[in-house]
Ligand binder design. Structure first.
Ligand SMILES: Nc1nc2c(c(=O)[nH]1)N[C@H]1C(S)=C(S)[C@@H](COP(=O)(O)OP(=O)(O)OC[C@H]3O[C@@H](n4cnc5c(=O)[nH]c(N)nc54)[C@H](O)[C@@H]3O)O[C@H]1N2
Ligand SMILES: Nc1nc2c(c(=O)[nH]1)N[C@H]1C(S)=C(S)[C@@H](COP(=O)(O)OP(=O)(O)OC[C@H]3O[C@@H](n4cnc5c(=O)[nH]c(N)nc54)[C@H](O)[C@@H]3O)O[C@H]1N2
Ligand code: SF4
Ligand SMILES: [Mo]
Length: 734
């Protein structure tokens, strides 16, 4: 293959278009890395509407990880104490089918679980739903989106009657006021941030507010940074609403015509006078007033949020409280305005469309709705198969392993032995598992240590399929190389297991285009109608935003509305959006005398999650040789901790050692650890050794953003005395 291929970046939900060319142009030498692996060339795709040719360091270096430490053939063992042995696909499939059948008939279908990922393509997601929720009759499919976007999903459904971010990236250039809350956009959604930053720099009247306990790179660029105490977002939002109400800066006409439940909300916000709110949030009164003033004086406010909001024991309430401000001021359904959740993973949006969580079904349907179940059953020709109860959410699967109720645990495209909360408890549960299948692209990887069967997955660039980004733009990602060894696409693996279980007629597809063709039929007449999309059409026209119903002509596709709810009618039965009346509850585990600091966790610009790819790219590991903890100088002084020395961090659940980074970028009383270091990349430095699984009761999303910790300085050893990076990684999987 010598021509370049247009595709999508497989990292974050910004969804930048990439153009990939082969390692060697005709007649030129092959571009190789130090180990001799050929490196594909990657650059931004200028024709992609979302990113307009831009890429960040992760997208730009993605090709360097494609051939490092790949899992190339199935492996198996009878118990976790044994080494793996290489097996054929037939042997692996036989074992999986045998274990599924035994579990089904002895313990019922709900003893089978699959834990998937926003890094699936839509076809992978859809096939898994049909296998689990349809054929096997269990809703026990959940994804790492449970740890990520599920609060946004619940918030949208409850406020608007349906999931679906209503905004688009053009709003970044049309807003008067960007309100970024609980998002480090500059590091985690860099190209979204680039677009916003350019607009902000060019237009002096445009305001940018950042709400984050840390002074992140995002906060550095803001006109106003509100470094609130962790977990006080609802106080702040209700406080802003209180002021808007006092000043009469509310849109009474829209509240009257387009919404319901305003009186209950008005009653709640009356309890949030500015002095009280400023004190609770730990910010200055005039800063709070300034934030409210920006809201009041702007015609178009665009809110953006991600994990600082979603990963909370009141995540759904936080999301709905953001939406409240938009309803109250009529900041929705028009350019430059609206509540915009920034999606984490490249295809978490596609996952939501395909029904990829334990309580939802394809086409933005919900398990609990009998009509929705029936529509999907009829389409699948599996009448009565879909269970009427939501399945197990991610953490409940871990609890199921603990009790032994889960008999088959199938993990694909996620690394729970690093990314789940309370990691020691998670690992202990995984160790107890009767039967775990791990389907991934790389080896070694932490979760493999707990698997009985390893299945090699084709990854980005090795399978053709669909991904949807944060702004509902759907991109066809064409394969540009062959999978290594015997690796196969996830959907093919699921379909083959389905066939071997005796459900052959439900998996008739020859390729992923057929899978997608079947899936879009389930979106007909739904908010996310994609019946006008197919692999062929997307390959021909390039990326297209949904809704895109069948019959939309090319011109129409290009000029159709980029925003949802422009007619101010919502997806609720009475077409009105619903105000939520929530008081702030605060953190599930606040700091106390024994554990006096609040730990928050998150990301750095260069690394991706559990480092399966970025940890294998030298340029990136050099930048971040060690796991670290950010501490304010005041706290560091009090504890006798020097910059660049090792600190032991303890919570009620576990401990870890991190290199101190003493900095004023973090608020006193709060410390920050990145989530990226699992057992493979550093010894005993896991953020999730400390976190807890207390979750939002609506979204079941755990509060990965806050737990109480204590810090103890270790014998002073400066980072410069440590061995060089190379010898630290990867260490063996325990
Ligand atoms: N570089 C990079 N980019 C990524 C990823 C990655 O691994 N690396 N992962 C992708 C994925 S899946 C996701 S979900 C997104 C996550 O994107 P973000 O949510 O932007 O990233 P985080 O660092 O997890 O957390 C964001 C911020 O929340 C703040 N925060 C903590 N507690 C609170 C609180 O109580 N209130 C408020 N208002 N803020 C709080 C933290 O200080 C942090 O700066 O990034 C995506 N993009
Ligand atoms: N403390 C703390 N914990 C967190 C978070 C936090 O902020 N703080 N954030 C949470 C969030 S928002 C998220 S999204 C999760 C992310 O956590 P994980 O999902 O565990 O992280 P990844 O490292 O992205 O794991 C994805 C895996 O999929 C594999 N993979 C890539 N492409 C494919 C494919 O096509 N097929 C298959 N089968 N495998 C593939 C990769 O090799 C990798 O092993 O972490 C959560 N955990
Ligand atoms: S911003 Fe996100 S999608 Fe774009 S290149 Fe970077 S990681 Fe990839
Ligand atoms: Mo995420």
């Amino acid at each position: 293959m010598t021509r370049s291929t247009k595709t999508l970046c497989p990292y974050c939900g910004v969804g930048c278009g990439l153009e990939v060319s082969p390692p060697a142009a005709p007649g030129k030498p092959t571009n190789r890395d130090k180990q001799g692996n050929p490196i594909w060339k990657v650059k931004g795709d200028r024709s992609h509407p979302s990113s307009q040719g831009m890429v960040c360091v992760k997208g730009g270096t993605i090709a360097e990880a494609l051939d490092k430490d790949r899992l190339k053939y199935p492996m198996m063992r009878d118990s976790l104490d044994e080494p793996f042995r290489k097996v054929s696909w037939d042997e692996a499939f036989d074992r999986i089918v045998d274990r599924i059948q035994t579990a089904r008939f002895l313990h019922g279908p709900d003893s089978i679980c699959m834990y998937g990922s926003g890094q699936f393509q839509t076809e992978d997601y859809y096939t898994a739903q049909k296998l689990l929720k349809g054929c096997l009759g269990t809703n026990n499919f959940d994804a790492n989106s449970r740890l990520c976007m599920s609060s946004a999903v619940a918030g949208y459904i409850q406020s608007f009657g349906s999931d679906g971010p209503p905004c688009c990236y053009d709003d970044l250039e049309e807003t008067d006021c960007a309100f970024l809350i609980g998002t480090n956009t500059a590091e985690c959604h860099p190209i979204v941030f680039n677009r916003l930053r350019k607009h902000h720099k060019k237009n002096r009247n445009v305001k940018m507010i950042v709400v984050d306990p840390r002074k992140t790179q995002t906060a550095e660029a803001a006109d106003l940074h509100l470094a609130i105490n962790p977990g006080t977002d609802i106080d702040l939002l209700n406080g802003i609403a209180n002021l808007l109400m006092r000043w009469g800066k509310i849109n009474t006409l829209f509240i009257e015509d387009g919404t319901q439940n305003f009186p209950a909300y008005a009653e709640v916000i009356a309890h949030y006078p500015p002095e009280l709110v400023a004190r609770k949030c730990g910010i200055r009164l005039d800063d709070l007033e300034k934030a409210a003033r920006y809201w009041a004086d702007s015609k178009r406010v665009l809110s953006m949020w991600s994990m600082g909001i979603n990963q909370s024991s009141e995540g759904t309430a936080k999301v709905r409280t953001i939406i409240n401000l938009h309803l109250m001021t009529g900041n929705i359904g028009k350019p430059g305005a609206g509540p915009f959740s920034l999606t984490g993973q490249p295809n978490a949006m596609g996952g939501r469309e395909a029904g990829g969580l334990a309580h939802i079904l394809p086409g933005y349907r919900v398990v609990k709705n009998p009509q929705h179940r029936q529509e999907v059953e009829t389409y699948w020709k599996l009448p009565g198969f879909i269970n009427s109860n939501p399945g197990l959410a991610a953490w409940d699967m871990i609890l199921g392993l603990e009790t032994g109720d889960v008999r088959v645990f199938w993990v694909a495209a996620t690394n729970p032995a690093v990314s789940m909360p309370d990691i020691e408890r998670t690992k202990a549960a995984l160790r107890k598992s009767n039967f775990t299948v791990m389907q991934d692209a790389y080896y070694p990887i932490e979760t493999a240590a707990y698997a009985h069967v390893l299945l090699p997955a084709a990854q980005w660039g090795e399978k053709s399929g669909i991904m949807t980004n944060s702004e509902r733009v759907v991109t066809y990602c064409r394969a540009f190389r062959d999978p290594p060894g015997q690796a196969r696409a996830d959907w093919e693996i699921f379909a083959e297991v389905g066939r071997r279980l005796g459900f052959g007629e439900y998996f008739p597809w020859r390729n992923s285009a057929d899978v997608y063709g079947e899936f879009v039929g389930l979106t007909r007449d739904r908010l996310c109608d994609m019946t006008g999309l197919s692999h062929d059409r997307l390959a021909e026209l390039g990326p297209i935003q949904w809704p895109c119903p069948e019959g939309m002509a090319e011109e129409e596709v290009k000029n159709s509305s980029k925003r949802l709810y422009t007619n101010l009618e919502f997806a609720t039965p009475d077409k009105r959006a619903k105000f939520a009346a929530y008081h702030s509850k605060g953190l599930a585990e606040p700091a106390d005398a024994e554990f006096p600091l609040v730990l928050t966790t998150g990301r750095v610009y260069e690394h991706w999650h559990t480092q399966t790819r970025t940890g294998r790219i030298e340029k990136i590991t050099k930048k971040h040789p060690h796991p670290f903890i950010e501490i304010h100088p005041r706290d560091a002084d009090k504890l006798g901790i020097d910059n660049d020395t090792w600190v032991k961090v303890r919570s009620r659940r576990g401990e870890g050692n991190f290199l101190a980074r003493v900095t004023k970028a973090i608020a006193p009383g709060t410390v920050f650890v990145p989530m990226h270091w699992g057992a493979l990349w550093a010894e005993n430095s896991e953020a999730n050794a400390l976190t807890h699984p207390e979750a939002c009761p609506d979204s079941l999303e755990p509060e990965l953003k806050a737990c109480a910790v204590q810090l103890v300085p270790l014998a002073t050893q400066f980072a410069s005395e440590l061995p060089p990076v190379e010898t630290l990684q990867p260490t063996a999987v325990p």
